[in-house]
Design a protein around this ligand. Structure first.
Ligand SMILES: C[S@@+](CC[C@H](N)C(=O)[O-])C[C@H]1O[C@@H](n2cnc3c(N)ncnc32)[C@H](O)[C@@H]1O
Length: 490
């Protein structure tokens, strides 16, 4: 955007009572509003009366600014409002357009009051996320792709910097590493920070991460301190990464979850607090859902996994480590209505089976069971056309042994679908790493949580399976997230 556009937008924001009070819009303007382009392109010069359902951070501010720049006006909505309220707001406001995530489009479809709502003014629905359909006739549905490779690359760097800043703040609060003239051994740091013995490995990896990114310097096997980092600097770093995340790559809850973990690091490190309870507070799964189900990368990979199952014509399917059912939900929905389908939903923990039974109650062909990817295959389990392992194989004590056992459960020609993160994710080192099993495979030597893409390719080959596909490719905007779907054939 050029300077004139920005001045014009400043005036429009200042003229509008609702928008004037939103500091996020001023901030987006001050940073040159880099995310406005895809929305302007989507509006194609149309001056819409636009009901914006995104919060005014991230994508929401881009949409507002693009709407104003195209000569339109904005009505602010609430993403968390009941779908009936949103429909009523659409009717009352006479909006010609609505901008929302694809998930919300589906919710509006199934709202009973939808057929009775007068949406005659509504001409277009602009949405982001997986392809959606809108059952009410009239408005045209446009999917807006807001993600660019550049945006995701920027996010990855900002997010990593925020996590590293929190690690440093946490360690320095224990009176270590805050003086550039003083060095400490790893043991001295672990002792000063009262790190519980079972978490030593995690905090040692923080030291590696901090050194690798130049936050700390190393002198032999000692770590040199650095200038104290302020809480304000840490908060600014989280804020910058959150803006690139929310509404583009996932929900605000996910950003808030990692930030919250970062604030609880002193307690996680000492073992006073359990990482599991931060992910499943009071046994609730809404944060895990947002993390495993509703991120752009999860939606992309789950959709690709389901497409693969459909393309293969697989009928007998085993899912291991199915957990909150993020992948299962998409695959099972797409299998519904087909003849002769059998889906065995398994996890190590019975907790997830109970929730899944309720979630998939309408599909009698879904069965449930306990399956441990570290144990022997139970006798009489049978064979399957496809085995799905989404985000679970990194829990395997020995990935090679697990792959061999999963292969035994495939019919000849059957396929193994693996979804895995494949690099060091520093955010994991401040959250889920506090609840993971220690590895006994290649990760033991490298000290990493996840095998790399190349290591998976090699492990698949060693298991005697042939790799047929890896998604996404390097040119895809989501490739910097380094999470992949591997499809391997028996
Ligand atoms: C990161 S979650 C996987 C995400 C999952 N696909 C979902 O949609 O929620 C890891 C899952 O693996 C399960 N798990 C951990 N260790 C396991 C093991 N040894 N065998 C089977 N499942 C395991 C956990 O209970 C959890 O549900």
């Amino acid at each position: 955007m050029n300077v004139t556009d920005i001045d014009f937008l400043r005036r429009r924001v200042d003229e509008d009572d609702a928008l004037r009070s939103a500091p996020e819009l001023r901030e987006a303007l001050d940073s040159g509003a880099p995310g406005v382009g895809p929305w302007l392109a989507a509006f194609g010069g149309r001056a819409e009366r636009n009901l914006v359902l995104f919060p005014l951070r991230g994508a929401g501010s881009d949409i507002v600014l693009a709407t104003l720049l195209a000569g339109g006006s904005v009505v602010l909505g609430d993403l968390d409002a009941h779908p009936a309220r949103t429909l009523a707001q659409l009717e009352r406001s006479g909006a010609t357009a609505v901008t929302l995530p694809s998930k919300m489009v589906e919710r509006l479809n199934s709202e009973p009051s939808a057929p009775m709502t007068d949406l005659s003014e509504l001409r277009r629905i602009y949405y982001v996320g997986e392809p959606a359909r809108f059952d009410i006739p009239g408005p045209q549905l446009s999917r807006v792709d807001t993600l660019t490779l550049d945006h995701v690359e920027q996010f990855v760097v900002r997010f990593r910097d925020a996590v590293l800043a929190s690690m440093l703040l946490t360690l320095q609060a224990n009176d270590v590493l805050h003086d550039p003239a003083v060095s400490h051994s790893a043991d001295e740091i672990l002792t000063a920070a009262h790190v519980a013995a079972r978490h030593h490995g995690v905090v040692l990896r923080w030291l590696v991460a901090l050194t690798e990114h130049g936050v700390l310097a190393r002198q032999g096997d000692r770590f040199l301190g650095t200038d104290p980092i302020s809480r304000d600097a840490v908060e600014k770093a989280w804020d910058a990464s959150e803006k690139l995340w929310t509404g583009h790559l996932g929900a605000a809850e996910v950003a808030a979850y990692f930030w919250h973990n970062a604030e609880r690091l002193p307690q996680l490190m000492t073992g006073e607090e359990q990482a599991t309870l931060l992910l499943f507070p009071e046994g609730r799964t809404d944060i895990a859902d947002a993390l495993y189900r509703d991120t752009a990368v999860a939606r992309h990979l789950n959709a690709r996994a389901s497409e693969t199952v459909q393309r293969l014509g697989a009928k007998r399917i085993l899912e291991v480590g199915a957990g909150t059912g993020a992948t299962s939900e998409v695959v099972i929905r797409d299998l519904a209505g087909q003849e002769g389908v059998d889906y065995l939903f398994t996890d190590l923990s019975a907790f997830f089976l109970t929730t899944a039974k309720e979630r998939f109650a309408e599909h009698p062909w879904v069965r449930y069971g306990i399956y441990d990817i570290d144990g022997e295959n139970p006798a009489g389990m049978g064979t399957f056309d496809a085995v799905i392992a989404a985000g679970v194989l990194n829990n395997a004590r020995d990935a090679d042994a697990t792959l061999k056992r999963l292969k035994e459960l495939l019919v000849p020609g059957g396929s193994l679908l693996i979804i895995e993160p494949t690099r060091e994710y520093y955010e994991i080192l401040i959250s889920q790493a506090f609840m993971m099993t220690a590895a006994e495979d290649a990760r033991l030597r490298s000290g990493t949580t996840f095998l790399s893409r190349q290591q998976w390719v090699e492990a698949i080959d060693r298991a005697g399976l042939s790799l047929v596909d890896v998604t996404p490719d390097d040119a895809h905007p989501l490739s910097p997230m380094s999470q992949y779907l591997f499809v391997a054939r028996h």
